[in-house]
Design a protein around this ligand. Structure first.
Ligand SMILES: CC(C)(COP(=O)(O)OP(=O)(O)OC[C@H]1O[C@@H](n2cnc3c(N)ncnc32)[C@H](O)[C@@H]1OP(=O)(O)O)[C@@H](O)C(=O)NCCC(=O)NCCS
Length: 181
């Protein structure tokens, strides 16, 4: 899916939110690896990411051409600083009303409003794409993310105390959220 929107950040800078294209492959991969090194709240470590540039480009092309999935990027002064996406849970009848949401932003750009705006855009997109429910999971200690999801209207529906196992801190509790669209 293709889309584009300019937003103003809390520090006054302009930020472009748009769908990623094949040509963004290297910048997206760089940002993906960077954010996975910066935080322990994501579900993989940078050294586990084996995606090649060709695979990334093909992935972004498929997303841009897709009618029910979105890979959104945030650009500040021409640099990709964040990624967010709406991913189909599945194409079978019983689950095709559900989509999941994921997001990661370069730590240097946290707290400027990018996450909330990307989330808003993805929620709007998911509704337009025909999904009836948007879902996500977050580490219980990830207070920024939990606050952002609650503020956007997501409701908690359960927890898994051993949802992930960090190399640094051991078990991480996962909080499950859903939003009816
Ligand atoms: C979670 C994340 C996406 C938030 O993005 P962001 O651009 O920093 O978020 P925003 O600036 O839009 O702030 C979102 C909300 O978080 C809360 N928040 C922001 N900064 C905060 C801080 N320092 N402490 C506590 N809450 C904070 C606020 O409620 C804020 O909303 P408000 O400013 O309207 O009140 C970002 O921190 C990130 O990429 N983290 C690493 C990856 C990650 O955790 N992804 C989510 C996995 S579930």
């Amino acid at each position: 899916m293709r889309c584009s929107k300019w937003i103003k950040l809390k520090d006054g800078r302009e930020c472009l939110l748009r769908n990623a294209e094949e040509e963004d492959g290297q910048a997206v991969l760089d940002n993906f690896l960077l954010t996975h090194e910066q935080t322990d709240f994501l579900s993989s470590y940078a050294d586990e990411i084996t995606l090649t540039l060709e695979q990334e480009r093909a992935f972004l092309k498929a997303k841009a051409d897709s009618s029910n999935e979105l890979e959104l990027i945030a650009l500040v002064e021409g640099t990709v600083v964040g990624l967010a996406g709406v991913i189909s849970i599945g194409n079978r009848y019983k689950v095709r009303h559900r989509a999941s949401f994921g997001i990661s932003i370069d730590r240097e750009f946290w707290g400027l409003g990018i996450g909330s705006e990307m989330l808003k855009m993805c929620i709007e997109y998911a509704g337009r794409a025909g999904y009836e429910q948007l879902e996500l999971e977050a580490v219980a200690e990830n207070e920024t993310a939990l606050a952002m999801y609650r503020k956007a209207g997501f409701k908690e529906y359960g927890r898994n105390p051993r949802g992930m196992k960090s190399r640094i801190s051991g078990y991480q509790e996962l909080v499950y959220f859903r939003m009816e669209l």
